[in-house]
Write a protein that binds this ligand. Structure first.
Ligand code: CAA
Length: 300
């Protein structure tokens, strides 16, 4: 395992490229435009700078890490020499199926095809390739350089050998891999999303306000972020999408998204990425509850 290709240079893709390159792998980073790649590389440089400032990385290691990342805009050219591809494109089924078909056609026969999907079935993705036994989920958590977990998802046909290779590789990255089977939401989101949804229901019912709900979970359960702050961080559209996957996949009404979440997504209040969600993000140093949720009588 020497050459790693990462598809997508957004939040997850640039984080994944960052950890592979920092561990010493040659990384090809693929995205559709030079602008997207430049943004991804800039973020990696900024996050490496944080590590240098904290003394956990030397300036020389930072330069070497960046030099190991080769940005390209052509997917087929980007996977030709890959031993492993980690796909971290937008969470859209049709897009992912197309990428896997194209990668399967262009990557060498031994290459493992992994997806960082948070909720799309690995078995479904694997089925569009001619190597379903070599397709696997490698689900990193955001922010990738910080979070220790990699959820390793076995598709229906993924072999023991491929699973073992990805478990070992994740450990080499300094991560803690956990092997799970391929069912809706896997483990992380099957448990996390109902908790976030329940927090939104609690707000919607008027039991408590945004800060109160988040404080209960931060100080009472030692979560680093409250569930509403975390929902903004993940993206409310992503949370809604995953809840729909759970609802459809299990056919159980307990996964039905709170109507408040649906409304917020329809209104374009998606959290950090749009500057507004349960909180407002005009000043990154000063977290303020969104105006709508400051008027408590309107909540319930
Ligand atoms: N790259 C590199 N380092 C980073 C970073 C990044 N993107 N973001 C933060 N850091 C580092 C900081 O430099 C800092 O380092 P030190 O400990 O050495 O000082 C450390 O991480 C903590 O960061 P901050 O001091 O800036 O802020 P914080 O203490 O509030 O921590 C946080 C920020 C790490 C994001 C923390 O709030 C946290 O763990 N939140 C929960 C995140 C979470 O639950 N992620 C999972 C989301 S779900 C998901 O990803 C999967 C899905 O499918 C939806």
């Amino acid at each position: 395992m020497k050459n790693i290709t990462v598809i997508g240079s957004g939040t997850m893709g640039n984080g994944i490229a960052h950890v592979f390159a920092q561990t010493g792998y040659d990384v090809t980073l693929v995205d559709i435009s030079k602008e997207a790649l430049d943004r991804g590389l800039k973020t990696i440089a900024k996050n490496l700078d944080r590590q240098v400032a904290k003394g956990s990385l030397t300036e020389a290691d930072k330069t070497a890490t960046l030099a190991r990342i080769n940005p390209v805009t052509d997917l087929a050219a980007g996977v030709t020499h890959a031993d492993l591809v980690v796909e971290a494109a937008t969470e859209n089924v049709d897009l992912k199926l197309k990428i896997f078909r194209d990668m399967d056609a262009a990557a060498p026969a031994h290459c493992i095809l992994a997806s960082n999907t948070s909720s799309i079935s690995i078995t479904r993705i694997a089925a569009v390739t001619k190597r379903p036994e070599q397709v696997i989920g490698m689900h990193f958590m955001n922010p990738v350089p910080v979070m220790k977990l990699v959820e390793v998802i076995r598709g229906y046909n993924t072999t023991d050998a491929i699973t073992g290779t990805i478990m070992d590789l994740s450990k080499k990255l300094g991560k803690v891999p956990v092997e799970v089977n391929d069912y809706p939401g896997f483990v992380a989101n099957k448990i996390l999303m109902p908790m976030i949804n329940e927090a939104i229901i609690t707000l919607h019912e008027g039991t408590a306000g945004v800060e109160e709900i988040d404080t209960v979970m931060k100080l009472g359960m030692a979560h680093p972020m409250g569930p509403l702050r975390l929902a903004d961080f993940i993206g409310l559209d992503v949370c809604l999408y995953i809840l729909r996957v759970l609802q459809e996949g299990f056919g159980n009404p307990k996964y039905a998204p709170c109507p408040l979440l649906v409304n917020m997504v329809q209104a374009g209040h998606l959290g950090d990425k749009t500057g507004k969600g349960f909180y407002e993000y005009t000043d990154p140093k000063n977290l303020v509850v969104a105006e709508r949720f400051r008027k408590k009588e309107l909540i319930g």
